[in-house]
Design a protein around this ligand. Sequence first.
Ligand code: 2AM
Length: 186
Amino acid sequence: MRLFFALWPDAETRSRIAAAAALLRLGAEARTVPPQNYHVTLAFLGEVGPSQVEVLREIGRCQQLPGFTVAFDTFDFWPQSQVVVAAATRIPAALNELWTSLRGDLASQPVNFWRERVDPQRSSLRAHVTLARKVVQAPVRQAMSAMPPFQWSATSFSLVRSESSGNGSIYTVVDTWRLLDETANT
Ligand code: 2AM
């Protein structure tokens, strides 16, 4: 099965993202991502055998790290992957910590979990939510800059299964782990 670790939005965050995405004006060939598919990929694992799922669950379980709030404050067109994304220009330390810790724990496994296009040596996360795929023509920059930024308060992260269907991807949350309450000590 195809798996990835991700931030998965709650209903409120999902509707904030949908409100921003609704303002996108795209060509007919573009495919907008349905709101139930919004996520921030933390680590893409690709095809994983059933016997490895427990290893991944254990990795998820042992991340005892704080939650965080991240602002998605810019909308970009990435021509190479033909996507429009909402991206975060500032990565909170706790998000970087979660990303680094997951990558470190994955890299230390005897099984090679690296299926990412990106270099595993890359030192920073490009946190983004993909809003549309198969975008061949850049949306008007001025229109994108008028889209409303949104906040995402992450209190958990998930292991998610991806399946392809004729109509795009179907994502199913396999397991979710809570992040520590960032406000508990304030
Ligand atoms: P993205 O949309 O956040 O960029 C599930 O398939 C998710 O994993 C996709 O939404 C995509 O994330 C990411 N993904 C898919 N294939 C990938 C790859 N080869 N390398 C890195 N991320 C990938």
